[in-house]
Structure formats: C-alpha cells, structure tokens
Design a protein around this ligand. Structure first.
Ligand code: NAD
Ligand code: TYD
Length: 342
C-alpha cells in the first residue's frame, strides 16, 4: 500500500472523528492530519485514542486562517484534503446565520486556495442532502438525485450549497481536482448532544421531556456514520474528479418513530414526548437516491438501522463521561435559550 498524507478538517467533530478512526484502521501506512478549530462542537477527548497513533497528528487551527493553512500545507504536503469542518446545526443557523456563512463558505475558499498553491491531488468537500431542500410527504416516489436542483431552506443549507457551487467553480476555472459527497442524516458514536438522536437518548436517560418539533412527521433518511466514512473513502480513492455523489441507504423514518424507538430501547414511557413549536422553515422530507455511488463505485451501506440504533444507544450508555462533560458546560445555556418557552 502506498503512503499518502490526508488532511482531515473538522476531525474533532462527529463525522470527521469517525472518519479519522476509519482511515487510521484501514490504511496503517497513511498519515492522517486532523485540523480543527475546536469550536463548541469539537472535542479533543474524542480523538484521545487517535493521539496514541504515530501516524496521526492534531493541529488546532481555523479553516478561515489562510496563513495557518498555508503553513500546515507546506509542512505536511498533503495528497488529499477532506473538508468536514463546518457549523452544522440548523437551529443555530436560524438563530444566527453569520458564523455559518463565514465558516462554511470562506473556509472552503481558503482550503481550496491552499490546495491550488500546493498541488494537492484531491479536495473533497463533505456536503449534505439538505442542499436539495425538501420533498413532500405525499410523494414517496420522489428522491434527490445528483441532478436535483439546489433549493435550500435554512441558512445552514444555503451556506453548504454555496460551498458546493464554489467547489465546482474552482474545478472549472482553476482545474482544481475536486469531488463532493452529499449525504443524508448520520447517526452513531460522538454525535453532538444538540442533534435529534443523542438529544433524545440523553433526555430520556434523565427522564426529561423529549421535545419533538411540530407534528413529528418530518422524515429524515438515516445512515450509520461508518457507512458515510466508507463512501468518502471510495470517492477520494476513485476516479471521481469533478463528480458529485449522493450518499444514503434508503432508510427514511419520521422523527416521532425514532423518538418512540429510543424510548422503547431505554424502557422509558412515551409520556416523556412533548410536542413543541416547529422549527422555522422546517424541511418536511429528505430522501436520497444513491444509484450513482452504488453503480459507479460499488458502495453499499453495511449497517441496518435496527442494528445501528441499538449500537448507538449502547455507545451513549457506555460513554457517559464523554457527553456528561459536554452537557455540563456551555450546552446548558444553549438548551435553555433554544427550548425554554417552546
Ligand atoms: P460537527 O458539528 O459535529 O463537527 C464540526 C467540526 O468542525 C467540529 O469539530 C468543529 O470544531 C470544527 N470546526 C467548525 N468550524 C471550524 C473552523 N472554522 N475551522 C476548523 N474547524 C472548525 O459536524 P458533523 O455533524 O460531524 O458534520 C461534519 C460535516 O458533514 C459538515 O460539513 C456537515 O455539513 C456535513 N454533514 C453532516 C451530516 C450529519 O448528519 N451530521 C450529514 C451530511 C453532511
Ligand atoms: P437534526 O438532528 O437537527 O438534523 P437536521 O435538521 O439536519 O435534519 O434534526 C433532525 C430532525 O429532528 C429534524 O426534522 C428536526 C427534528 N428535531 C426535533 O424534533 N427536536 C429536536 O429537539 C431536534 C434537535 C430536532
């Protein structure tokens, strides 16, 4: 196996950290450099085990900091850059869009400039199915394909769509070798407690109300995080320059059904469910058509939802230290601001 150096930005967050572990295990000869600004969503304790691996390096830096990025690229001479770093929570983007535009649009610009200056062989932009907007609940025959128009709903998704457009512009104008993946909702270990699945698990464990937005019938297409990592691995190693791939495992579920499943697994009563005010502009349904990545790259998801959700709940039960530290800090203020009075 040849040697490669991969810079993984946002590797102290949920999906990025899972990707770091996936790559260290699968490619023992690769050097994996994680660059992360350690915002509220980044957690160094998540990377504790990786720190013991001599092929891993952690660098605290902001993807918007052109000088720091240039210095790191000079030192590491990366072959591939995978950009996970982003502000990722829709509710926060509704409360205050500013940082979403700065990080999610200017960050990729700085990274791609560095890729051009240092002759990086692949820049991979980790995007989301949210760039396609939403689908109606009464048309289960409709799915997002790579040709679906970009049609965003939240400041978060608008910032991610902007980054996708910029990525394709760098490819066309400057011939930067890029690829983009647009994945559906992920779940699994190290998922930050503000997101639906970990929030419901943790509230249920504390016998606290489970705040379901609106009627609870909004549908998301859930994928186990490792299957997303596998898709990105295949794309960055494949003949995929200039390509966009949708990633999803045809696992659509209404929020209320997920919440009920979590309660059942934890042996908690459904009376904990509380319907609260709906999210503004709340996307109704996401559903991915993954035909392209399946036929071109042979990608198949490996973890079925019924197994993945049990594994995930168990992970939260076994890793209380990880999330207790998070929810005891600034998260308390966030929770109050977002949920009090809803
Ligand atoms: P996350 O919020 O858990 O992690 C984001 C990470 O980026 C954190 O470690 C944070 O410290 C870091 N970061 C934020 N701003 C930074 C900056 N300016 N410079 C350097 N690092 C910075 O997010 P996630 O859920 O792991 O999502 C990762 C990526 O995947 C995002 O780009 C997101 O849009 C995309 N995505 C997420 C999902 C999902 O279900 N979570 C689905 C599809 C795509
Ligand atoms: P989330 O995990 O924020 O992901 P996204 O908005 O990117 O899909 O939310 C998933 C779904 O769960 C979404 O329809 C909003 C809903 N939701 C709730 O009903 N209650 C909550 O407290 C949260 C955080 C989300």
């Amino acid at each position: 196996m040849d040697k490669k150096t991969i810079i993984v930005t946002g590797g102290a967050g949920f999906i990025g950290s899972n990707f770091v572990y996936y790559m260290l295990k699968k490619y023992p000869s690769y050097r994996i450099v994680c660059l992360d600004a350690l915002t509220y969503a980044g957690n160094l304790s998540t990377l504790e085990k990786a720190m013991k691996n001599e092929n891993f390096r952690f660098v605290k830096a902001d993807i918007r900091d052109a000088e720091a990025i240039d210095n790191l690229f000079t030192e590491e001479k990366p072959d591939i850059v995978v950009n996970f770093a982003a502000e990722s929570h829709v509710d926060r983007s509704i409360a205050d869009p500013q940082i979403f535009l700065a990080t999610n649009i200017m960050g990729p610009k700085v990274l791609m400039d560095a890729c051009l200056n240092h002759g990086v062989k692949r820049y991979h932009q980790v995007s989301t199915d949210e760039v396609y907007g939403d689908l109606p609940l009464d048309r289960p025959d409709l799915f997002f394909t790579e040709n679906t128009n970009l049609h965003t709903s939240s400041p978060y998704s608008a910032s991610k769509a902007s980054a996708d457009l910029l990525t394709m512009a760098y490819h066309r104008t400057y011939k930067l070798p890029v690829s983009i993946s647009r994945c559906s909702n992920n779940y699994g270990p190290y998922h930050f407690p503000e997101k639906l699945i970990p929030l419901m698990i943790i509230n249920a464990l504390h016998d606290k109300p489970l705040p379901v937005y609106g009627d609870g019938l909004n549908v998301r297409d859930w994928l186990y995080v490792e299957d997303h990592c596998k898709a990105i691995d295949m794309i960055i190693h494949g003949d995929c320059v200039g390509e966009v791939y949708n990633v999803g495992g045809h696992n659509e579920m209404a929020n209320i059904d997920i919440v009920k499943l979590i309660l059942k697994e934890l042996g908690k009563p459904e009376s904990l469910i509380t319907f609260v005010e709906d999210r503004k502009g709340h996307d109704r349904r996401y559903a991915i058509d993954p035909t392209k990545i399946k036929t071109q790259l042979g990608w198949e998801p490996e973890t079925k939802f019924e197994n993945g959700i049990v594994k995930t709940i168990k992970w939260y039960l076994d890793h209380k230290d990880w999330w207790e530290e998070i929810i005891s800090g600034e998260y308390q203020n966030y929770y109050k601001k977002m949920y009090e009075g809803k």
